[in-house]
Design a protein. Structure first.
Length: 73
């Protein structure tokens, strides 16, 4: 849950339309925002094409997938 909380806080920094809920992000139209926020949280380096924290990127991917599954049922 902490990772999703950090994800939401960072997403609000990039987009003011995101209010309180994770369902504001779980949408096909906001996929570029999800990628941008994940890259920022995991400290993606454009030059080396590597994450400083790759495990967080994997964990966020799994958590967002679970959240999307819960929201669509």
């Amino acid at each position: 849950m902490r990772e999703l909380g950090r994800f939401l806080v960072r997403a609000r920094m990039y987009d003011n339309e995101i209010h309180v809920h994770l369902r504001d992000i779980i949408d096909a139209t906001t996929f570029p925002l999800v990628v941008t926020v994940t890259n920022a949280l995991c400290q993606y380096d454009e030059e080396t094409k590597k994450y400083t924290n790759p495990f967080l990127a994997l964990k966020l991917g799994h958590l967002l997938k679970k959240a999307a599954r819960i929201l669509t049922t």
